[in-house]
Design a binder for this molecule. Structure first.
Ligand SMILES: C[S@@+](CC[C@H](N)C(=O)[O-])C[C@H]1O[C@@H](n2cnc3c(N)ncnc32)[C@H](O)[C@@H]1O
Length: 296
């Protein structure tokens, strides 16, 4: 059923949140990402889609929105998010593939995708999927890993690295982990009907030596200033883009959220653990507060 989709970097059972964030000495990266999100997030909004939400590390930062729909391919990441964020109606947890988003067209007025595009072998397909779910005028905050970063440029100049940081193609540094060229990302966004509003360069000082010897507050404040240079050039390992959905695309009818991935219709009945499509009768699981729209 899912044979034509690009491969997925599977986090099922992964302890990513604990090893990478909670005990991985990443306070600097976490703090500077929070600053970038705060700068780019609209002042208020109704319903936000978070693609690749993981364990919900960033979700509390989206307070400006009344509701957040967390999407991740890994149900164990969503279980961790649910344990952290709770089961209130503010949060909806959805196991789904970013390449096949199970939502009514034009249902969200905001979306984010942080540290997730770098797992996409077909980034443009994923961006097109996000755009379909958005109303015109919605804000999309995208973070991507930048291949044209200063460290890569220096390594290339001094022949410590074979791949060219200036060329537009992606570099896959480990399986299903990609760095992208800023110009390519902008091109994919624009051809998916987004206009670029703002770019922030983030994590300039992601260097072990600096993180060890310079106080965290100093590094965070320096990065906060350096982020603004993203308007002119992008030389940091991480880039945040805010884009607006443009074009004459639909706004979802009230009280819709999901679309059936089998028949594309958006009316369902909800039994105990099943969301059943009223058009094609396909049952979608809803267990322990997590909807499951993965096509295996
Ligand atoms: C590096 S983690 C980032 C998590 C979170 N955004 C953060 O910044 O803490 C990447 C997340 O993307 C999810 N992911 C990867 N490929 C995906 C896909 N095709 N569809 C949905 N989620 C995907 C993974 O399961 C993982 O939770």
């Amino acid at each position: 059923m899912n044979t034509n989709q690009p491969p997925i970097c599977d986090y099922e059972g992964s302890d990513y949140q604990t090893t990478f964030w909670d005990s991985g000495d990443r306070a600097y990266e976490d703090r500077v990402e929070a600053i970038a999100i705060q700068r780019l997030l609209p002042k208020s909004g109704n319903i936000l889609l978070e693609v690749g939400a993981g364990a919900g590390r960033n979700t509390p930062r989206y307070q400006a929105y009344q509701r957040v729909v967390l999407v991740d391919y890994s149900s164990t990441q969503l279980q961790q998010a649910q344990a952290n964020l709770g089961t209130s109606s503010r949060y909806t947890y959805v196991a789904a593939n970013a390449y096949q988003l199970p939502f009514t067209a034009g249902v969200f007025d905001g979306a984010t995708m942080i540290r997730t595009l770098h797992h996409m072998a077909d980034p443009q397909l994923a961006l097109e999927q996000v755009r379909l779910t958005l109303q015109p005028g919605a804000t999309f905050i995208l973070e991507y890993a930048n291949k044209k970063n200063l460290k890569a440029i220096l390594r290339y100049i001094f022949r410590r690295q074979s791949w060219n940081p200036f060329s537009p193609e992606a570099v896959e540094f480990t399986e299903l982990n990609f760095d992208f060229h800023p110009r390519s990302v902008i091109k994919w966004l624009e051809s998916s009907s987004f206009t670029i509003e703002r770019q922030l360069t983030v994590s300039h000082f992601r260097v072990d030596f600096l993180k060890r010897f310079v106080p965290l507050e100093v590094l965070v404040n320096l990065d906060s200033i350096a982020q603004l240079s993203g308007k002119w050039w992008q030389l940091s390992p991480s880039v945040f883009v805010s884009a607006t959905a443009v074009g004459n695309t639909p706004i979802a009818p009230p009280d819709t959220l999901f679309r059936c991935l089998i028949c594309n219709q958006d009316r369902f009945s909800q039994d105990q653990d099943i969301l059943r499509c009223l058009t094609c009768d396909h049952p979608w699981k809803h267990e322990n507060g997590i909807y499951d729209f993965r096509l295996k």
